[in-house]
Design a binder for this molecule. Structure first.
Ligand code: CMC
Length: 392
């Protein structure tokens, strides 16, 4: 009953009260639990930030060690789950594999079913640790290479890189600069208030379903090219420009053409009307790691040029369209050997602690109700029924 406000895409609807992430889209400010993203990205490990998001406090040494040992304890996935990988077609999307595997975790680790909040620490650690193993195993399986199991002597990011790239014939050396860069990227992706995938996790979770299933739903939302899938789409766009002899004008014009669905991937944001603060840090990290690794990637030059052209074009200026988190991240992933079709999986690894924190906040809030938006009905008014033989 009553008057309904239509807000397509929820541009101006607050769906919850939250203490997790503060975002000022006009000033380009992003904070997790009150801490500036710039400082967290520089000074913290991803595991510390995950703890911060979930527990609303930076862990002391004891808390951090306890959390790390949970992550070590839960790093394996049930061996039976490894067989899942054998039954996907070879071209299967890593995002679909990831959501299927995460959804299935509730069958192997059903401790959440009675009281979902009682075991939240364990479940959070299981998810954060296992998603990394699932992602790396999925890559190894896609390559037909033997699996590399997690090790207790490596950091969260070091372990992931080792599981991805270590081979019996060519042992992988975990480079601290690469670990530090990956760590930074994951921190910068760790939460972003009520974005599409996070709202999905909350909405699905509000129906009472378990955390694993809620997160799997979030992974599916993230997959979309307007959301996390943009990091993969950026590289495809830069490659296309490269193959087109750097015909920037063509792509800029396509992006501006309202009859063409093409958009500049990695540009624009629902909330930021200025440079995405994560993008600023990632752009710098990108320059730094490519220098350290002595890589010269033509796609980086193309990205820089594209940014320069767009930022001086009336169309993009008028609409406040700036590079977002996805614009330069893919160039880093490429440089450290992550295949393009896994870029969005990397985003999911980073976003997971945020999804968990938001799900937990939602479940702990006694005022939470099942998410159930209304609509503005614009269909036919009541119509008389027409029997089959009389229909034209
Ligand atoms: N290229 C060309 N035009 C654009 C772009 C773009 N990347 N982004 C927005 N616009 C135009 C859009 O056509 C519209 O123009 P007009 O007012 O003339 O109709 C205006 O800018 C506003 O766009 P909108 O679609 O109403 O804005 P939104 O808040 O609904 O969409 C967005 C936000 C991120 C989906 C959009 O900017 C976009 O599609 N960007 C490209 C995809 C992308 O990079 N996504 C990653 C977002 S950041 C990380 C994440 O969420 O995963």
């Amino acid at each position: 009953t009553g008057y309904m406000t239509l807000d397509t895409g929820y541009k101006n609807t607050g769906s919850c009260a939250s203490t997790i992430t503060y975002l000022d889209g006009n000033k380009g400010i992003l904070r997790y639990r009150g801490y500036a993203i710039e400082e967290l990205a520089e000074k913290c490990s991803f595991v510390e930030v995950a703890y911060l998001l979930i527990h609303d406090k930076l862990p002391n040494t004891e808390e951090l060690n306890a959390f790390k040992s949970l992550l070590e304890r839960f790093a394996l996935i049930h061996e039976d789950m490894i067989h899942f990988f054998d039954h996907f077609p070879s071209h299967a999307s890593p995002m679909s594999i990831l959501s299927v595997m995460v959804n299935s975790l509730c069958n192997y680790y059903p401790e959440m079913s009675d009281d979902p909040l009682e075991n939240i620490d364990m479940t959070a650690a299981r998810l954060i640790s296992k998603i990394r193993t699932i992602a790396a195993f999925s890559y190894k399986k896609s390559m037909g290479h033997p699996l590399v199991y997690p090790r207790h002597d490596l950091s969260y990011c070091g372990n992931f890189l080792n599981m991805m790239f270590d081979k019996p014939v060519k042992p992988y050396t975990v480079r601290p600069e690469v670990v530090a860069t990956l760590n930074k990227l994951l921190i910068l992706h760790a939460d972003h208030e009520q974005n599409c995938s996070t709202s999905t996790v909350r909405l699905v979770g509000s129906a009472g379903v378990n955390l694993y299933a809620s997160i799997a739903a979030g992974i599916n939302a993230l997959w979309g090219p307007l959301h996390g899938g943009a990091n993969e789409a950026v590289i495809q766009m830069l490659e296309a420009i490269h193959a087109d002899n750097n015909d920037f004008e063509k792509y800029i014009n396509k992006a501006k053409d309202k009859n063409d669905p093409f958009r500049l991937s990695g540009f624009g944001h629902r909330v930021y009307k200025t440079y995405d603060p994560r993008g600023t840090i990632i752009k710098k990290a990108c320059d730094e790691i490519l220098t350290v690794l002595n890589i010269s990637d033509p796609l980086l030059d193309i990205a820089r040029k594209l940014e320069e052209i767009a930022l001086s074009d009336e169309y993009f200026i008028k609409r406040n369209l700036y590079p977002n988190v996805d614009f330069y991240s893919g160039i880093i992933y490429r440089a450290i050997g992550i295949p393009t079709n896994m870029f969005t999986v990397m985003f999911a690894l980073g976003r997971l602690p945020g999804w968990i924190a938001q799900w937990k906040e939602m479940r702990e809030d006694p005022s939470t109700k099942i998410g159930r938006p209304r609509q503005v009905y614009v269909g036919e008014p009541e119509r008389p029924f027409i029997p089959l033989e009389k229909r034209d």
